[in-house]
Design a binder for this molecule. Structure first.
Ligand SMILES: C[S@@+](CC[C@H](N)C(=O)[O-])C[C@H]1O[C@@H](n2cnc3c(N)ncnc32)[C@H](O)[C@@H]1O
Length: 217
């Protein structure tokens, strides 16, 4: 009971913060006009325009997918021959679900925590993207620890499910620990860097780890 209440409070706080962010935001209005489920879509678009990680027909895993704007963008890049798995504890928006249906793509939605095991038949991917973010508590140390836990899990999944030569994108909240951990993990790629897309909110500590050409150990 108490745990449910705490989760509910966290969700309300998260939604409150998201609502405040939306006011007078250029990318929020652009996403509305272009019928995307969230303004986050432009961060992935910025990353793709800079690094060209995703190609038509790729197999992609989208972690922390809800409400679904990255999924919607991925559909437009992959085309109907691609294969896409999206994962989130929360459901995808109706808009995203409709776009998925129309696309004809081979698609699976896993509504679960990323901490739970992936289905045993989950294969390897050309690209894995993670836009997961913890429900922020307003306490920097706690929020950074939450972010670190999610990126560690994203990296663990990449180690198991990214193909040789594959690419990885992981959102992180900048802290000494997250940067140190990501740099260490970056050694498993031919190229790795941190990138802050122009669409990231100016007050945000958010940035993305981009790993290109995964080298299987
Ligand atoms: C910023 S949102 C992602 C936005 C999404 N990329 C889009 O474009 O619509 C962060 C997401 O991470 C998800 N998340 C946080 N912790 C998670 C966990 N342990 N397992 C799965 N998803 C998680 C949240 O439910 C939330 O939907």
């Amino acid at each position: 009971m108490l745990t449910n209440r705490i989760v509910q409070i966290k969700i309300l706080r998260y939604r409150g913060a998201v609502k405040r962010d939306k006011i007078h935001d250029f990318y929020f209005h652009k996403a509305k006009r272009e019928k995307y489920s969230a303004r986050s879509v432009y961060k992935l678009q910025n990353i793709q325009e800079k690094y060209h990680l995703i190609s038509t027909g790729n197999r992609v895993l989208d972690l922390g997918a809800a409400p679904g704007s990255w999924t919607e963008y991925l559909l437009s890049v992959l085309g109907s021959r691609g294969y896409l798995i999206a994962l989130d504890q929360q459901p995808l928006s109706i808009t995203a679900q409709e776009k998925i249906k129309k696309s004809g793509i081979d698609f699976t939605f896993l509504q679960q925590s990323v901490m739970d095991p992936l289905p045993p038949d989950t294969k390897v991917f050309d690209v894995i993207v993670s836009d997961m973010a913890p429900f922020t508590q307003g306490n920097r140390a706690v929020d950074c620890a939450g972010s670190l836990e999610l990126i560690q899990r994203a990296f663990e999944i990449a180690k198991e499910h990214l193909k040789q030569g594959g690419h990885l994108v992981v959102k992180l909240f900048q802290s000494e620990d997250t940067v140190k951990f990501s740099k260490e993990f970056g050694k498993l790629f031919k190229f790795s860097k941190f990138y802050r897309p122009p669409a990231v909110h100016k007050d945000s500590k958010e940035m993305y780890f981009v790993g290109q050409n995964f080298k299987l150990e």
